[in-house]
Design a binder for this molecule. Structure first.
Ligand SMILES: [Zn+2]
Length: 188
């Protein structure tokens, strides 16, 4: 979807000076991430952990796609692709090995349903699925585990995520949430 960027012709833009080969990207969600907004102040559940706070919000405000008994599915606020979501236990737990049986089972079930919803809603052709456990492994919020589900399409990667750590997103998060909630299957 973005693979044509490198070959695009210079575009005339009023006020932008001499046309060049650079595209301008407005990615405010990444600035919020860079500035550390929504980051917890400590590792406890009461330390501003977003995954503990999100379930208290409405589905719309929390960008929640589906709620189960032990886990919920929520859109990532700083997505690497449209539809990048996470499956989280309600319980504030850091280590996958510490999930109880009900949480383990429903986390797997919700992951499967997420794939189905993303295929239905956006025709995803592939996925990156997994967890970063611990700060050293790259977890943004290590104290509360979360399984990432990132939909992939042929040609969805380009130089931007690699060089600029910036991803172009063509859809608003609220619209994405509504689309995925509407595509969420009743069972895995
Ligand atoms: Zn938490």
């Amino acid at each position: 979807m973005l693979q044509g960027m490198q070959e695009s012709e210079p575009i005339e833009q009023a006020g932008a000076g001499v046309p060049d080969n650079f595209q301008r990207l407005w990615t405010p969600h990444r600035m919020a991430y860079i500035k550390g907004e929504n980051k917890p102040v400590g590792s406890g559940p009461g330390d501003g952990c977003p995954f503990c706070e999100i379930p208290e919000l409405s589905d719309e405000d929390g960008l929640i796609i589906a709620r189960g008994a032990a886990v919920f599915a929520v859109l990532n606020l700083y997505p690497y692709n449209s539809g990048h979501l996470m499956v989280c236990p309600y319980r504030h737990v850091a280590d996958y090995a510490d999930l109880d049986e009900a949480e383990t089972t429903e986390l797997a079930d919700f992951t499967k349903r997420a794939l189905t919803a993303l295929r239905k809603a956006s025709g995803a052709q592939g996925f990156n699925v997994g967890m970063n456990l611990g700060d050293v492994a790259g977890a943004g919020i290590a104290a509360h585990l979360h399984q990432h589900v990132v939909p992939r399409w042929g040609g969805d990667t380009n130089f931007m995520p690699v060089v600029g750590h910036t991803k172009v997103l063509p859809q608003l998060l609220r619209d994405t949430r509504e689309l995925l909630a509407g595509s969420w299957p009743a069972s895995a």
